[in-house]
Design a protein around this ligand. Structure first.
Ligand SMILES: [Zn+2]
Ligand SMILES: [Zn+2]
Length: 289
């Protein structure tokens, strides 16, 4: 497989056999020695062809999370698909691959992702029951640490150093039914991460209230979510919002993380509707130092 990247010093378009990408290279243009960018360092770097190695998949998942990208769908992703189809010139890169569940992957096929999204009925193929199994039973060898991927505009982080984007969506259009709903979940390596931060814009469709929970757990210490919010455990941050129909606002939750070893954790956000039929109009889940 040929890996196409840019020289970190002069920006010249370069390529390397993927099996050699960990070796030091010399740029033929600027003569600087460098190590080729990895998928998590350069989201625009790409492979020739429409196949990819595990490192590319891990970079996509550490950026976008393990939940299907279709708004309102909370199924575990089953495969990555090209946003812009490969046959139409779409590249096999982090920025052009998107995680989809089995059902949505079959439905999308080789159509352009954005075009296909417009054809979806708001609730077509969407199961509002979150599938909690995915983050825990799945064997992920090691989520690659993304090297400060660009954050979407909006929330401002006060951290001057490390920020890792874990999950986010511009809009979750579905009004959530009563009870605990999974909004986002993403695997991460605690590493330099000292806390999780969740920024969100909320709105109530009915008079009532809702609670937002930010939580995290080591991958072999799954919470018992069959008990609803009582099963979440002690490591959590929560916020309560209430008001009239149409009430809206912005919220932020921070969850300090305990010192952790070298194992994968799961970060998750839940929304508990208590009559307010809440929705998130924007959110971002990230880890910082
Ligand atoms: Zn160069
Ligand atoms: Zn889906």
């Amino acid at each position: 497989m040929i890996w196409h990247y840019r020289c970190p010093d002069c920006g010249e378009a370069l390529q390397v056999e993927w099996e050699d990408h960990k070796n030091e290279m010399t740029c033929p243009k600027c003569n600087a020695d460098h190590y080729p960018s990895t998928p998590s360092e350069d989201h625009g770097a790409y492979f020739s062809g429409d196949k990819w190695p595990r490192e590319l998949e891990e970079a996509v998942i550490s950026l976008r999370g393990t939940v299907c990208s279709v708004p309102g769908c909370f199924h575990e992703y089953s495969k990555l698909l090209h946003r812009k189809p490969y046959v139409d010139g779409g590249r096999t890169s982090v920025e052009n691959l998107v995680p989809l569940c089995t059902e949505h992957a079959i439905s999308k096929g080789s159509v352009d992702y954005e075009e296909w999204l417009k054809t979806l009925e708001p609730t077509a193929g969407v199961d509002t029951e979150p599938d909690f199994e995915f983050t825990i039973t799945k064997k992920t060898d090691r989520a690659q640490e993304a090297a400060q991927p660009p954050l979407p505009p909006g929330p401002v982080f006060t951290s001057s150093g490390f920020v890792q984007h874990l999950a986010g969506k511009g809009y979750v259009p579905d009004e959530h039914p009563p009870g605990l709903q999974l909004i986002a979940a993403a695997p991460f390596l605690p590493g330099p991460m000292r806390k999780l931060v969740f920024h969100y814009d909320w709105r109530l469709e009915h008079e009532g209230s809702c609670q937002v929970f930010l939580t995290a757990w080591p991958h072999n210490n799954t919470p018992d979510l069959s008990k609803g919010k009582a099963g979440i455990g002690n490591l959590k941050a929560a916020a309560l919002h209430k008001g009239k129909a149409g009430e809206q606002g912005a919220g932020k939750l921070e969850l300090p993380l305990p010192p952790a070893g070298d194992e994968i954790w799961t970060a998750a956000v839940f929304l508990d509707s208590e009559g307010g039929r809440p929705c998130f109009t924007d959110f971002l889940l990230a880890g910082t130092d």
